[in-house]
Design a protein around this ligand. Structure first.
Ligand SMILES: Nc1ncnc2c1ncn2[C@@H]1O[C@H](COP(=O)(O)OP(=O)(O)OP(=O)(O)O)[C@@H](O)[C@H]1O
Ligand SMILES: [Mg+2]
Length: 231
């Protein structure tokens, strides 16, 4: 599904954020990515969604080179993705509900379903009370939950979640994780960056560890097996 092949990313200032990285993510797989701050996790995400191009190597999505995709194909691909950014990237000047709804609007979903899903996802993440609040008035934890609601209400095929529980207590972290697990159970390919040991401990899923831009460990899922790719 996502094939990262010998990818290196060097920024103009000389920082080698990702170095000679190989990572193959199967369709429908759930994968956790961990690594210290600065290890290259967010850079890897940006590479996987085509927001930035590799300096060397390539990234294939369903066999197609991201670097060779034109704007239209890239836009079509992003429609199938739900991304929870580490810095949220909510739309200023809009309410919480509008943020969730706007995320779905480009997908051609009927207004009735959009409204229904927005209500459900906001409710599950305990944001109902804030549905009509401007995003700028929300706390960091509320913004994080909203970013999750916005990305996941799209019910995307590919989910990239960058530290989606960083600002949340155990109960709310579990709620976000439950939505990610549900998406995976329904067939989505899910990649989650996390530092949270509690999340990693309970997970029977594959865990990839980055260190200084390199993949230093890649443990297979306990409950998936079959066609295993090990590094
Ligand atoms: N646009 C940029 N220009 C120069 N260096 C960058 C840029 N973006 C990231 N870096 C550097 O690349 C390295 C990897 O950054 P990245 O954001 O991918 O780390 P991370 O693993 O996501 O860290 P964190 O856990 O703190 O979010 C860091 O050393 C960072 O300073
Ligand atoms: Mg990061």
């Amino acid at each position: 599904m996502i094939d990262v092949m010998g990818v290196t990313k060097v920024f103009p200032n000389g920082t080698r954020a990702v170095q000679d990285l190989d990572l193959f993510v199967r369709e429908g797989e759930m994968l956790f990515v961990r690594g210290k701050s600065g290890a290259g996790k967010s850079t890897l995400f940006r590479l996987m969604m085509g927001m930035t191009l590799p300096t060397a190597g390539k990234i294939l999505i369903e066999g197609c080179d991201l670097a060779a995709m034109n704007r239209m194909r890239l836009r079509a691909l992003r429609r199938r993705m739900g991304v929870i950014f580490q810095d949220f990237r909510l739309i200023r000047g809009h309410t919480a509900r509008e943020n969730v709804e706007l995320g779905m609007r480009v997908l051609g979903i009927s207004p009735r379903v959009i409204r229904k899903r927005a209500v459900e996802y906001l409710d599950y993440l305990e944001l109902t009370e804030k549905a009509n609040a401007d995003v700028e008035t929300l706390s960091w934890g509320q913004r994080q939950r909203l970013a999750a609601a916005r990305a996941l209400a799209r019910e995307p095929e590919i989910i990239l979640a960058d530290e989606p529980t960083g600002n949340l207590d155990a109960y709310l972290s579990q709620r976000v994780l439950d939505l990610l697990l549900k998406a995976h159970a329904e067939g989505a390919t899910v990649i989650v960056v996390t530092h949270a040991q509690s999340v990693l401990d309970q997970s029977a899923f594959r865990i990839a560890t980055l260190e200084e831009g390199r993949l230093i460990a890649d443990t297979e899922a306990v409950d998936q097996g079959g066609g295993a790719h090990a590094t």
